[in-house]
Design a protein around this ligand. Sequence first.
Ligand code: BEZ
Ligand code: FE
Length: 282
Amino acid sequence: MDYFSEETSTDTVNGRIGATADPRLRLVMTGLVEHLHAFIKDVELTEAEWRVAIDFLTRTGQICSGNRQEFILLSDALGVSMLVDAINHRTSVGATETTVFGPFHVEGAPEREMGAVISLDGKGELCLYQGRVLDLDGQPVEDALVDVWSDNADGFYDVQQPGIQPQWNNRGIFRTGADGHYAFRGIRPVSYPIPDDGPVGQMLAAIGRHPWRPAHMHFRLTAPGCKPLITHIFVGGDSYLTSDAVFGVKQSLIADFLPADAPPERWQTRFDFILERLSPSD
Ligand code: BEZ
Ligand code: FE
């Protein structure tokens, strides 16, 4: 048994894990220590850099509150959230792809009549969203709850501007009928920066990255007997599609926003969601 040294560091630390540790926790922790030590040796971390890192993580924790989760934002900005999403949602060919959930979903949005307007502040250009919820065999999914949310025309979610935006602005839940069809009227969303007034914003600026996300409408679909789906529709042509601050864009999620057939909508877009049925092992 060696004492701690540069050469033996990983084995020395991992060798202290007790025999009673949960096997999965042992795997995760030994991997974490291996990669962390390898990284520190690789870059030969200086003591000043170590202090900067400790200060950064301290400030990241300190800015967290009930409606601000800077650690998730850090995970998003480093591509960790999308990697966890990719590993945990290896969708079957043909199923709609997933993307990041984001911090702005609110449980309990009102269930609205099919086709209803979700934009309550009168800002922005109205857009008709419609399509069908289908399974992998092309059969309509009945009783799917289509939970949608987006920013307003100023680039803010209602929860970022309490008292300024009406509650439930640009949010709603729609329930499909036997034909699996959904429709609602929202705005054509606009691109917006992720919250960048904290440590994550400072990190992005320091490494020459912008905080912007391309315009998107969020969707969470849940249906009896189907795997839940969390995803977005991105507005085709947005200039941030190839540099999303949180790496959420997938080609299959980019939709055309076309001029509407008639007022009051200015735009229309069509997108079918393909859900996977749950198997007995799920
Ligand atoms: C969002 O799309 O709402 C979002 C996702 C990740 C970080 C910040 C915002
Ligand atoms: Fe968003």
